[in-house]
Ligand binder design. Structure first.
Ligand SMILES: C[S@@+](CC[C@H](N)C(=O)[O-])C[C@H]1O[C@@H](n2cnc3c(N)ncnc32)[C@H](O)[C@@H]1O
Length: 270
């Protein structure tokens, strides 16, 4: 790091820079204009997206495109993969290039390598910026036809939700990411990484909801030709549901929250 620092000049920041963008879902159909410009104008584009068509689209916008996904390997700890990805993003920044890193969905939601690369680039004195993208959760509200502010909502990464026993309000919407890889720290080459974790999740949710409470296993379409999946099922059947590592769980509110008349009066809306 010390030697990179010395590459800066008194005239200003070093020339290398990093911009991190999201590709949303649907092959670039959800890429904001600013992000599209950053993708096209980068001197080096590094990407981690979920399907070859989006990868192809990125390469058509910028021929320097290189996928980071070969850093995944069966049985390899994902933390190690993320560190490697961050290093691969930083290498051309250190060579003085304008680098763009593109990740599917929102690039800052549940994406360790983007945050690692941003932090490290800034620590080394390079300008680094992230643009917001469209996350799976954004798509979920649209596909369910819901305004989450109706009851308020909480979202958690599923393993984090369980291990930290996060409290949540069952009268609000609940969204759980990564229900297909609960408790698994390595990369596995199969659709569902832990049925055992899914069963534990079901058991914990049954502490707050009845078994017949309808939940939705959600999977946004990656390509315009594919169907979005909204599998509705009773919570009590979640452990045996068809879930994969791209599934997100939606749990609707159990009941409306009672209105606090004293509070309403205090606010002058009683
Ligand atoms: C590593 S996170 C990436 C999230 C992504 N950055 C975003 O903003 O949507 C992976 C998790 O995102 C969710 N996810 C990814 N692809 C999805 C899809 N096509 N439909 C619904 N959820 C998805 C799942 O919960 C999955 O386990």
């Amino acid at each position: 790091v010390g030697s990179h620092r010395s590459a800066g000049t008194a005239a200003g920041p070093k020339r290398g820079s990093l911009i991190v963008v999201g590709t949303g879902y649907l092959v670039g159909g959800m890429v904001p204009l600013l992000a599209r410009d950053a993708i096209a104008q980068a001197e080096k584009l590094l990407c981690s997206v979920g399907d070859p068509i989006t990868q192809h689209w990125l390469a058509s916008l910028n021929p320097t495109a290189e996928s980071l996904n070969d850093a995944y390997a069966p049985g390899k700890p994902r933390r190690e993969t993320y560190r490697e990805m961050a290093e691969r993003i930083l290498a051309p920044v250190r060579q003085g290039k304008r680098v763009c890193a593109a990740f599917y969905g929102h690039p800052g939601i549940l994406v360790d390598p983007s945050h690692l690369a941003m932090r490290q680039a800034r620590q080394e004195g390079y300008p680094a910026r992230m643009l917001p993208g469209i996350s799976a959760e954004d798509c979920l509200w649209v596909d369910l036809g819901l305004d989450p502010s109706d009851h308020g909502w909480q979202s958690f990464e599923a393993t984090d939700f369980l291990v930290h026993r996060r409290g949540h309000d069952s009268r609000s919407h609940l969204v759980l990411f990564q229900i297909g890889s609960i408790g698994v720290g390595v990369y596995l080459q199969r659709p569902l990484w832990s049925r055992r974790g899914l069963k534990v999740l079901m058991e914990v949710l049954l502490e707050s909801y009845p078994p017949q409470h309808e939940v939705v296993v959600y999977q946004a379409a990656l390509l315009p030709v594919l169907q979005t999946r909204l599998d509705r099922l009773p919570l009590g059947k979640l452990a045996r549901a068809e879930v994969n590592v791209a599934s997100t769980l939606y749990v609707p509110p159990l009941a409306p929250a009672p209105r606090d008349a004293v509070m309403a009066a205090r606010l002058g809306i009683g």
